[in-house]
Design a protein around this ligand. Structure first.
Ligand code: ATP
Length: 248
């Protein structure tokens, strides 16, 4: 191991409504500077894993009932999302969630709300975001609710970047997007990872694209990790090919 581990999920169990066991002992680790993919079909538990990390389960009557989650060695189970953002971890939720009545630029600026380093720094990062997402620069005066699905995904990611995160938890960036746009979104993830050193943990059903851009992957099935490995090895694995890449 030659890279520092930022996030460590250790054998967690998650139960919804006191009875529905959804994660049955999930472990994973996220190295600094990497792109780690959490793969698996509908309902495998990807979103639940991300929400467990960012402490968003309570509002869904879910709870981590076993195991631990640490960030830089520190338990994060009791941190609310704002406190987690201060630690450098931010989640981009599935389904984008823009403020529809605000402009694209106003949406991006809301991402800087936890910062205290002043307007000039925020302005500089806005330019940084526009450099990664040129389309958002063009659309910056548009009301977010009237932009396309791909643009809203970009807004959600750009807003996350405005908090200057160390780690982004990205839930299903490909959802509902045309293949060409999916490719574009992943290219941007890669550029941000390489250009800003941002660490990514991304949940994705599109195994094919995720394994082309990620460094390491975990495959979830019914709340358990059934396989993990470097992305290149997973791409060559016969079971992954047959069941997830559709080219047996
Ligand atoms: P998707 O791609 O659909 O988001 P996923 O892999 O992210 O799939 P989860 O959303 O984590 O899967 O769901 C895992 C399981 O937990 C599913 O069986 C789902 O029905 C169940 N589940 C999710 N949220 C709740 C909830 N609030 N209450 C009860 N069960 C839930």
């Amino acid at each position: 191991e030659n890279s520092e581990t930022l996030l460590e999920v250790n054998n967690i169990e998650v139960i919804y409504n006191h009875v529905i066991l959804v994660l049955k002992g999930v472990s994973l680790s996220v190295p600094k500077g990497g792109i780690t993919a959490l793969l698996g079909g509908n309902g495998a538990g990807k979103t639940t894993t991300l929400k467990a990390i960012s402490n968003l389960l309570a509002s869904e009557r879910g709870a981590v009932t076993k195991g631990s989650i640490t960030y830089r060695g520190e338990r994060v189970a009791d941190l609310n999302p704002a406190a987690l953002v201060k630690k450098g971890v931010i989640q981009v939720m599935e389904g984008r969630h823009c403020f529809e009545h605000l402009t694209v630029e106003e949406n991006l600026l809301t991402g800087a709300y936890t910062r205290s380093d002043g307007a000039a720094a925020v302005k500089k990062d806005l330019e940084m975001v526009y450099d990664y997402f040129p389309r958002l620069r063009e659309r910056r005066r548009s009301q977010a609710g009237y932009t396309s699905g791909g643009e809203q995904q970009m807004v959600a990611m750009g807003r996350a970047l405005m908090s200057r995160p160390e780690t982004i938890l990205l839930d299903e960036p490909s959802m509902g997007l045309a293949p060409q746009l999916v490719e574009q979104i992943f290219e941007i993830v890669k550029a941000v990872n390489e250009g800003e050193g941002v660490t990514f943990l991304l949940a994705e059903q599109n195994t094919n694209v995720a394994l082309r851009f990620a460094h390491y992957g975990y495959i979830l099935e019914s709340g358990r990790v059934v396989m993990d490995g470097p992305a290149a090895a997973l791409r060559e694995n016969p079971d992954v090919k047959e069941f997830y890449l559709g080219m047996s």
